[in-house]
Design a protein around this ligand. Structure first.
Ligand SMILES: *Cc1c(COP(=O)(O)O)cnc(C)c1O
Length: 401
């Protein structure tokens, strides 16, 4: 399978440690091969020698828009609809508040009860700040029926971070629009692994993560998308000078920049942006359709091997079995999931654990091989059948799981 893999070359775009099977690229993408040299040059030459001049001479001032434009084709957006700034949480705050402002008179945010907690917290925070806004976090199956004339915005994550379920973003966006609401998508677990067609689907607003399948490194800045048709009316609430029409006029009054640039607030994180640019390049060269094809092959193989090894005994696959409804991860449920995860990590197979009982295996298609899938299942079988997880050091909870 690896010999026939048309994306096999792409693994060389990354630096992976010997002997490690890395199945957590959905939480922290691997290190792109070019990033260390890019950062060294940025620090030593552009910063060290160029100093303040580099804002102009090295194009730092446009980097947030340039990296946004590089992400755009991966999510089916125009190059003028995406900007990189802040974190996913902060971008969510900005676009969610902006959405409520665009739908004045409507006072409900509808979201998924199983949404990622930061998304729920941000919505609660926006509602708390604005007053009179209600967050309705409801079971996924009942979302469409909750959409009515009171709803300002439907805010959802494209891929469920626990189960990997892939939501039908086109249909749900259409349902939001039928009710007169805006559709806001969090692409944290899809950008770079699952094809996203924001413009074709008519999506209004989106945010996503730089350090997962886009490989920007720990705490990489995030991206935000605003459909072109909404940009001139959109007001986000953090009015900083980098979102101003003319920051270096230093005028006392805020005037938002034209276009997507108005989503910026403060000075862009140049080091993080440069690293993210390397990470985006590494996946953009592969192309999102071939990445998806490989991702589906990897997750299908993993599920088939799990069935062969466990046949359902004590090991429940909670991810959808239909690959069309699954992102790039497979999660299994086991009462001793935490200890099993630690025992796997001790063997060089790295998934992660999500409380209370899920082990998540992420399959970053840009750098994983099919042999990694075989090795992961073999290690899992050994840990489970020999109960190798029953060691005190595997039961001790770390702060990051
Ligand atoms: C990873 C993730 C985030 C992360 O947000 P940060 O602000 O980067 O911490 C947000 N939403 C979803 C759905 C995620 O999966």
């Amino acid at each position: 399978m690896d010999a026939a893999d048309e994306l096999a070359w792409c693994r060389d775009e990354f630096r992976l440690p010997e002997g490690i099977v890395y199945l957590d690229g959905n939480s922290l993408g691997a290190l792109p091969r070019r990033t260390p040299e890019r950062l060294r040059r940025l620090v030593e030459e552009e910063w060290g020698r160029g100093l303040i001049r580099s804002w102009n001479t090295e194009g730092w001032v446009d980097l947030a828009l340039r990296v946004g434009a590089a992400i755009a084709p991966l999510i089916g957006a125009g190059g003028d609809e995406v900007v990189v700034a802040d974190s996913t949480s902060v971008n969510l705050f900005k676009v969610l508040a902006a959405a409520l402002r665009l739908r004045r008179g409507r006072r409900e945010i509808v979201t998924d009860a199983d949404n990622f907690p930061t998304d729920l917290y941000v919505a609660q925070g926006v509602a708390d700040l604005l007053g009179g806004v209600e967050v309705r976090a409801i079971p996924r199956a009942r979302i469409e029926e909750a959409l009515d004339e009171h709803v300002a915005v439907l805010m959802l994550s494209h891929v469920d971070f626990r189960t990997g379920e892939l939501l039908d973003a086109a249909a749900l966006t259409e349902a939001a629009h039928r009710a007169g609401a805006l559709a806001l998508w969090d692409l944290a677990h899809s950008a770079g692994a699952v094809p996203v067609r924001l413009d074709d689907w008519g999506v209004d607003l989106a945010v996503g993560c730089g350090y997962k399948y886009l490989n920007g490194g720990p705490g990489a800045p995030a991206f935000a998308f605003v459909a072109r048709r909404l940009q001139s009316d959109l007001r986000q609430p953090v009015w900083g000078w980098f979102g101003h029409r003319a920051p270096f006029d230093f005028s006392p009054r805020y005037l938002p920049a034209d276009g997507i640039a108005r989503l910026q607030s403060g000075t862009p994180p140049v080091l993080g942006l440069a690293a993210l640019e390397c990470g985006v390049e590494a996946v953009a060269r592969a192309g999102i359709e071939p990445l998806r094809l490989k991702s589906v092959n990897l997750t299908e193989l993993f599920v088939a091997l799990l069935d062969q090894e466990f046949g359902g005994r004590g090991m429940e696959v909670v991810s959808p079995r239909d690959a069309r409804r699954r992102g790039s991860q497979v999660s299994i449920r086991h009462a001793e999931g935490y200890a099993i995860t630690q025992a796997l990590i001790a063997r060089g197979v790295i998934p992660d654990f999500r409380a209370p009982d899920l082990i998540r295996f992420g399959f970053a298609p840009a750098y994983l091989r099919h042999v990694d899938v075989f090795d992961a299942v073999a290690a899992l079988a050994e840990v489970v059948w020999t109960e190798a997880w029953r060691r005190p050091e595997f039961l001790r909870r770390a702060r990051v799981t």
